[in-house]
Design a protein around this ligand. Sequence first.
Ligand SMILES: [Fe+2]
Ligand SMILES: [Fe+2]
Length: 200
Amino acid sequence: MSVELPLALLRREAEARLSKQRFAHTLRVEAESVRLADLHGLSAEDTELLRAAALLHDITKELSAEDHLKLCEKWDILLDCESLSCPQILHQFSGAGVAAREFAMPETVCAAIRTHTTGGTEMDAVARILYLADLVEPGRSIASEPNICEVRHLAERDLCEACLVQMRREIRRLRDLGRDVHPLTVAACAAMEEEHKGRS
Ligand SMILES: [Fe+2]
Ligand SMILES: [Fe+2]
């Protein structure tokens, strides 16, 4: 499949819709995604899809919870009650909607955006790299993400193991805080466990 995505337009849109800091984060996620794609031998087409996903992954992050819901309603994106009670993940759903409806992005791009915060059960290499690049891009510090060094190191050699380690820790962190874990993260972690076990 040959894809030609309007990356310059997506970059301009991200710059127009996001704060300076978040746009800088977006560019670092794009660069980190390309670096990891190279290390893991992704095709030129998949790398292009990944760059588009990186540029759009936080495109709705600065909207209010009310605006996320309006977008989801407008595009018939159904939200379960766990997502509705978790405002910080709404942008993965509304962002995927913007990618699909406003920018006509292929499903690979939308699916990666749709799972970049919670993870998901069917994450391809594009979705795994976006999930990890968002976490380990060079602007993230040990203070904000204590296990970042291990995940950063793992992300360079084994995408499944890196996602698994991150998902396990995220689940433990939320449970320690007495917070609910989104079912998508639990299911994603179980799927990665299964895959990882099957290989060893
Ligand atoms: Fe995000
Ligand atoms: Fe992000």
